[in-house]
Write a protein that binds this ligand. Structure first.
Ligand SMILES: O=P(O)(O)OC[C@H]1O[C@H](OP(=O)(O)OP(=O)(O)O)[C@H](O)[C@@H]1O
Ligand SMILES: Nc1nc2[nH]cnc2c(=O)[nH]1
Ligand SMILES: [Mg+2]
Length: 179
């Protein structure tokens, strides 16, 4: 698996340090709020697991699965809800936890849907932000790293459902895509 990686963009240690900072910041900002973290499966699962443990105040968690990329590297533009939340949102301050904000279409759609359920507030925490690729007007409230316009994998992010279990974020060798 490691032999498929062209370069490491963000190391395990850099991820760890940044998530500790984000967790501390969120803990301060939500001290007087009613935090419900909403993880967008599957990509955000590793970030969610690490971020929630870096948060030192009461936090509830829930999971939602939407898919727009299928198994490829390009968004289909169609966002499908594969699994909905279990909890109603009224009275909660929602923090959507994402692995990457790319075109922005996934979150744009998701925020529309979640807003209809009357939460107190909705904010976005994304590990990675790829602003060059944005197609809709959306910005993260908490962001770990800005990444260049390259398809990244690892730490939850897949290519054809593989590489999610790499402990760092990297870029694949071009020949991997032709298999
Ligand atoms: O900003 P966008 O262009 O919409 O892209 C970002 C979304 O794409 C990926 O999910 P994907 O649909 O591949 O599903 P996955 O999380 O299960 O890999 C990623 O996890 C984000 O949710
Ligand atoms: N794995 C992966 N999924 C994405 N979804 C949107 N952008 C990306 C990306 O750069 N890598
Ligand atoms: Mg994906």
């Amino acid at each position: 698996m490691r032999e498929d990686i062209l370069k490491v963009l963000i190391t395990e240690q850099e991820l760890k340090n940044k998530i500790a900072q984000l967790g501390a910041q969120i803990s301060r900002d939500y001290a007087d709020k009613n935090l419900l973290m909403v993880s967008v499966l599957k990509g955000s699962v590793i970030f969610m697991a690490d971020l929630m443990r870096a948060i030192t105040i009461h936090a509830r968690v829930d999971f939602m699965a939407v898919s727009s990329y299928g198994s490829g590297v390009k968004t289909s533009g169609v966002v499908k809800i594969v699994k909905d939340l279990d909890l109603p949102l009224d009275g909660y301050d929602i923090l959507i936890v994402e692995d990457i904000l790319d075109s922005g279409k996934t979150l744009d759609y998701l925020i529309d849907i979640l807003n209809q359920r009357n939460p107190k507030s909705i904010k976005i925490a994304t590990l990675l932000d790829k602003p060059e690729r944005r197609e809709v007007n959306i910005k993260p409230d908490y962001s770990g790293f800005v990444v260049p316009d390259e398809f990244v994998v690892g730490y939850g992010l897949d290519y054809a459902e593989k590489y999610r279990n790499l402990p760092f974020v990297g870029v694949l060798k071009p020949e991997v895509y032709s298999h």
